[in-house]
Design a protein around this ligand. Structure first.
Ligand code: COA
Length: 374
C-alpha cells in the first residue's frame, strides 16, 4: 500500500471578466426587450413581466463580485445571452482539453514532475463537451501520458470524488501518479436569462496531481482520508448538458435544458448534510474539528460557507481559516474548493491539517482530509 499525497495544483483562469454591473446591464436590457415584445400578453396577464436584476442583490445574496468566462461577448449580448464559443473541428483540441492542458502543466510544474511520471488522467466536471471519446483521453494524448484516462461527473463534487478515486488507485498501486482535472465551462449551461440564477456561475479549470508519497520531491499534502456521500434530489438539475442548444430558432430551447435550481431548498437542505458529513469524516479519522487549520469549502455562496464553518468549528471562523474565492470567480462548480486550496494552502506548516469539501447537485458531498508535509 502506498500513501497518496497531493503534490501540485494548477488553475487556468479565463482572461475575460464580467462584473456584476456589466451582467446586470445586459440582463436588464434583455428583460426590457422581452417585456416590449410581449407587451400584449403581459397586459392580458398571460405572461409574467420580467423584473430587473440588481448588483446589490447579487452581492448581498451570494458574495459574488465578478466571474471569469470563456466568452464575454455572447453572454452580454441581450439578443443572445449565452457564450459564443467557436465550434471546433474534430482534428483540433477541444475547448475543455485546452483549458485542462494549461491547468495540468501548472500542477506538474509545482510538483516537479513530467508527463512520464503520470499514469492516468481523470477529467471530472459537471458538464462534458461531448459524450465520447473521453475528454480525459484527449488530455492524456496532448500531455503525452502513457496509461489511461476516463471522465466522470458528480456535478459540483466532481473534483473531490475524483481525488478519492485517484487516491484509492495510488494507494492500491494501480497508478503511480494521477492528474485529476476539472474544466468547468459553467457559462455553457447556465441560464443567463433567468434572474434568479443568472449571476451564479463562472468558468475555470483546476488540476490536482495525486501521487505516491515516496516519489514526491517537495512540500505536499498527505491524503489522510476521503469521504463521499450522495443522496438523490431534483433541486439542482440540468436535463440537457453542455452547449447542446440551438438558439435563437427556438429548437432545443426548453428551460430545463440549462441549469435549474430551487436555491432556497438547496440552501436549507444541503447545509445540515454537509456539516454533519464533515463532522462524521473527522470523527471517523480520529480527529477533532479544532485540529483543522483550514477549511477549503465549495464556493457557491458566502452565507452557506459561513454557516458550515460555524457548525463545524463551533464558532465563527477566523479570517483566513475558511478562505473564499467566489467574490472573484463566482461558483465554478467542482473547481471552486480546489481554487481555494491552490491559493490558500502554501502557508500551512508541517503536520497542520486542513479539509477540502465540495457539495452540490445529486445531492453530493465529498471531503478530503489533508496533512501538510515537507
Ligand atoms: N436581482 C434582484 N432581486 C432578485 C434577484 C436578482 N437577480 N433574484 C431574486 N431576487 C429577489 C426575489 O424576487 C425575491 O424577492 P421577493 O422577496 O420580493 O419575492 C428576493 O430577491 C429573494 O430571492 P431568493 O431567491 O429567495 O434569494 P435568496 O436570498 O434565497 O438567494 C440564492 C438566492 C440562489 C443566492 C440562494 O438561495 C443560494 O445561494 N442558494 C444555494 C445555491 C447553491 O448552492 N446552489 C448550488 C449550485 S451548484
Amino acid at each position: 500500500m502506498h500513501q497518496p499525497v497531493i503534490s501540485g495544483t494548477g488553475v487556468f483562469t479565463p482572461s475575460e471578466v464580467i462584473t456584476n454591473d456589466e451582467l446586470v446591464i445586459a440582463f436588464n436590457a434583455y428583460a426590457d426587450r422581452f417585456n416590449a415584445k410581449n407587451e400584449a400578453a403581459i397586459s392580458a396577464g398571460e405572461v409574467p413581466k420580467m423584473a430587473h436584476s440588481s448588483s446589490d442583490f447579487i452581492f448581498a445574496a451570494s458574495g459574488i463580485e465578478r466571474r471569469h468566462v470563456m466568452d464575454k461577448s455572447g453572454v452580454l449580448d441581450p439578443d443572445r445571452m449565452y457564450p459564443a464559443l467557436r465550434q471546433r473541428s474534430d482534428d483540433e483540441p477541444g475547448i475543455m482539453a485546452e483549458m485542462a492542458l494549461d491547468a495540468c502543466t501548472k500542477a506538474l510544474a509545482q510538483a516537479g514532475k513530467t508527463a512520464a511520471d503520470v499514469d492516468a488522467v481523470i477529467v471530472a466536471a459537471s458538464n462534458m463537451e461531448r459524450a465520447y471519446p473521453a475528454v480525459a483521453i484527449e488530455v492524456q494524448d496532448l500531455l503525452g501520458i502513457s496509461g489511461f484516462g476516463f471522465d466522470m461527473n458528480v456535478a459540483c463534487s466532481s473534483a473531490t470524488f475524483g481525488i478519492q478515486a485517484a487516491s484509492d488507485m495510488v494507494r492500491s498501486g494501480t497508478a503511480r501518479a494521477i492528474l485529476v482535472v476539472n474544466p468547468e465551462i459553467c457559462s455553457g449551461h447556465l441560464e443567463w436569462r433567468d434572474r434568479d440564477c443568472h449571476f451564479i456561475f463562472g468558468d475555470v479549470c483546476t488540476a490536482t496531481l495525486v501521487e505516491r508519497k515516496d516519489s514526491v520531491s517537495g512540500a505536499h499534502f498527505e491524503v489522510i482520508s476521503t469521504k463521499c456521500l450522495t443522496q438523490f434530489s431534483n433541486n439542482i438539475r440540468n436535463n440537457n448538458g453542455f452547449l447542446r442548444r440551438s438558439r435563437p430558432d427556438g429548437v432545443q430551447d426548453r428551460r430545463d435544458m440549462q441549469f435549474m435550481q430551487n436555491g432556497r431548498k438547496v440552501f436549507k437542505e444541503v447545509l445540515p448534510i454537509v456539516s454533519r458529513h464533515i463532522l462524521e469524516h473527522l470523527e471517523e479519522a480520529g480527529h477533532a474539528p479544532d485540529q483543522l487549520k483550514r477549511l477549503w469549502l465549495h464556493q457557491a455562496n458566502k452565507a452557506m460557507n459561513d454557516f458550515i464553518g460555524k457548525k463545524v468549528l463551533g464558532r465563527m471562523p477566523e479570517a483566513g481559516e475558511q478562505p473564499n474565492i467566489l467574490q472573484e470567480y463566482a461558483n465554478t462548480s467542482s473547481a471552486g474548493s480546489i481554487i481555494a486550496f491552490s491559493q490558500y494552502s502554501g502557508d500551512l506548516q508541517d503536520g497542520e491539517m486542513g479539509l477540502i469539501c465540495s457539495f452540490g447537485a445529486g445531492y453530493s458531498v465529498g471531503s478530503v482530509l489533508l496533512r501538510r508535509s515537507s
